[in-house]
Every structure is written in C-alpha cells, then in structure tokens.
Design a protein around this ligand. Sequence first.
Ligand SMILES: NC(=O)c1ccc[n+]([C@@H]2O[C@H](COP(=O)([O-])OP(=O)(O)OC[C@H]3O[C@@H](n4cnc5c(N)ncnc54)[C@H](OP(=O)(O)O)[C@@H]3O)[C@@H](O)[C@H]2O)c1
Length: 212
Amino acid sequence: MNDTKTALITGANKGLGFEIAAGLGALGHRIIVGARDHGRGTAAAEKLRAAGVDAVAIPLDVTDDRSVTDAVALLPNRLDVLVNNAGISGPTGPDWGQDPTTLDLDVVRRVVDTNVLGVIRVTNALLPLLRRSPSPRIVNISSSVGSLTWQSDPAVEVGPIMAAYSPTKSFLNAVTVHYARQLAGTNILINAACPGLVATDFTGGQGRPPQD
Ligand SMILES: NC(=O)c1ccc[n+]([C@@H]2O[C@H](COP(=O)([O-])OP(=O)(O)OC[C@H]3O[C@@H](n4cnc5c(N)ncnc54)[C@H](OP(=O)(O)O)[C@@H]3O)[C@@H](O)[C@H]2O)c1
C-alpha cells in the first residue's frame, strides 16, 4: 500500500497557502495546489517542485460550483488532507477598517461566499475522497478576529473594525464546530486554525514571515 499522503490546499498559489503547501510537502505529502488562476497555481507548483516537493496544480475557484466539480474530476480518488485556506477581506478603508454602518452588501456577499460558502462547497465535494483515507484531516484557516468573546471585550486589542471580514471567520468557526459534531465518531478530524498576523499580500506585508 502507498503510504504517501495527498494534501489539497485552496488558495495555495501564494501567502499562507503556499507556505502550508511547502511545509506539508517537506513532511513528504504529495501536494495539490488549488488556485483560481491556473497560471499562478502552475507557477507555485513549479516553485514547490524546484524545492523537492511532489506538487501539481489544479484550477479551483472556491466560489464557483462548476470549478469545484471540475477540480474533483482531476483529483486522485483518495485525499488525506484538505486545507481550506483561500480567503479574502473585501475592500477596506484607511487602516483596514470596514464600517458596518456603511457596508456594501455585495461586498459582504462576496466575502461570505469565499470565506464560508467556499469552505462548505469544497469540503462537501471532497468528503467522498477524504473518506477513503485512513486518517482524513480538514483544517479551516480562520482568524482570532472571528472570536466574538474577544471582539466584545474592551480589554482585548483586536485591531480595526472589519465588519465584512471578521464575521465570516465567526461564521466559519461555527460551521467548523457543526462539522466536528456531525463527523464525531468517524475517523475524520476537522479543526479551525488561526495563524496570527502573517506578512502576506492580505496584510500588506505586516506580521511575521509566513515561513515561521
Ligand atoms: N495573513 C494573515 O495575517 C492572516 C491572519 C488570519 C487569517 N488569515 C487567513 O489566511 C488565509 C490566507 O490568507 P493570506 O494572508 O495568505 O492571504 P493572500 O496572500 O491574499 O492569499 C489568499 C489566497 O486565497 C486565494 N483566493 C481568494 N479568493 C479565492 C477563490 N475564490 N478561490 C480560490 N482561491 C481564492 C488567493 O488567490 P489569488 O492569488 O488568485 O487572489 C490567494 O491564493 C485566509 O483565509 C485569511 O483569512 C490570514
């Protein structure tokens, strides 16, 4: 039996997704780079291969049903690890602010579609493949800004009000809990992870290097 584990990371063409791919690749996983722009995904997979990682890229836009269905058709029939990493903040004002009193609902819909519905869409499409693994793992990349406890505690420094982005991570945390409840008693583990502030395009380069 082939013991090599296969991991799919969404939004793996850059930022945290790329570094998660590099890290899992260094651990010996076969890497599938999910990227909505196939050119950017292919370039990332090439970079991983140059570093000795067994990596390929597939086109995958988490907001698009057809793209997800097409991606499943390109995958091997067993998947061991799914990292739901793709995410957006939506446009922000000065200092990353998103004022809830003036929010554009189309922006909210777009951020929810990517950060929450995208995770559900991809996870449910891939569960049949994950169920063929002896130890399937799903990690949803969340954020501390999704903590309602922290957001409502004046003593906690939670940064700017990001009224489109932050609630999507609260929503994602809640959805993750319900998956965990539903999958309890199976061999599938699902968790939400918060990376802390990491220097990517998302943060305009603020935070610690993604390799750390
Ligand atoms: N950086 C931080 O400090 C921080 C902190 C907490 C949580 N996070 C979370 O970490 C995750 C990664 O963030 P990052 O900092 O690495 O941001 P990033 O550098 O902006 O990367 C985001 C990735 O998501 C992809 N993406 C966006 N929409 C997509 C879609 N519809 N379908 C597929 N891929 C899509 C992007 O693809 P394109 O290149 O095509 O745009 C890109 O690959 C996000 O979920 C974010 O919320 C980040």
